[in-house]
Design a protein around this ligand. Sequence first.
Ligand code: BGC
Length: 413
Amino acid sequence: MTDEQFLFPAGFLWGVAGAAHQIEGGNSNSDCWLLEHIPGAPFAEPSGDACDHYHRYPDDIALISSLGFNTYRFSIEWARIEPEEGEFSHAALEHYRRMLITCHEHNLTPIVTYHHFTSPRWFAAKGGWEISANAEYFARYCERATAALGDLIGAGCTLNEPNVGLLIQEGGHMPSDDEIVKAPFRVAAAKAVGSDTFSAFPACCRHRDARDTFLKAHRLAFDVIKAGPGDFPVGMTLAMADRQALPGSEDVRDRARHEIDDVFLDVARDDDYIGVQTYTRSRYGAEGPLPPEEGVERTQMGYEFWPEALEATIRYAADYTGLPVIVTENGIGTQDDMRRIEYVRRALQGVQRCLSDGIAVRGYCYWSVFDNFEWGFGYRPQFGLIAVDRITQTRTLKPSAEWLGRVARTNTL
Ligand code: BGC
């Protein structure tokens, strides 16, 4: 059988992914919005209107479906659903119910992420994820959201990439835990919310402390979501890299992997699936992580063009946990849409090899549906299958959207 004829399993989830803060626009009650407006905080520009998906979701969802996809992964926004501690917004929940109904009307399985980095300001003012007891707030929010939405959810992700801060810190692209406590923008943010602390994930967070809270929050959330209406698989998603060691440096690599991935994978073992998200590889030498080699192709994010990371991380996560895998994110920030197609083609060839070896890969969600707010980088990186005019909000399909839509429709590569 040639690669061109490879048929993916019946019912394979073919999706696109997005996250509330990055596409909805006007998420002004969130910790991230506040930080975006604090001088010195690490944001190239504020998120502003983003893709105005909060208002344009009916057309956007119809467009996703018309391309050939059968799945849409999006996040619901805690800062909208619980704008003040213990105060839940029925209007916000109704909004997300309408979004879910719209997905079903267009034959899209909705994968709902309960937390994709952003939290309400009040939560950040209580120390956010750095404080173990705060896990209970997250569980209460998940319980309320599931009570309102659970009957319509196709699959649930509690937390998006709770390990991403550790991953970025490892590469030296984020202040250390010690530095962050003293960062002037953190002090200013705390002042702005009338607190003596402010912890916002991932840009302004002590990640070692947050890790324990996340692990606890995930288990609490998993239980309340499973106890609510609906009967759908629940898991978490992790930021994974294809971790490669130079000969003799395997123990350096394994130690890093233990701290950043395995402690989460251990806790995920009791879930229904594991969400794999990957973009590149990390190489390790005797001293630790190494930068990409001279001359290798890099994406707009600065890291190496390495689509083979997907096969490696699926194999690792499946082998470690014994769980089915959903690729909840994979993609590339590039101006050159032909490189995007090449990246995804090679990544999907890796998925094929995993499937051929009997690994239970249930679906693939491309990140991202739109060119969107790429956190600290602002709107410069172009991850989208669909371009968005920043003023008119006009959506323009890229060739990759049609290409991946055809792969999805025909279930073949
Ligand atoms: C995150 C997304 C982000 C993407 C591309 C993932 O770490 O879940 O929010 O936009 O990678 O960098």
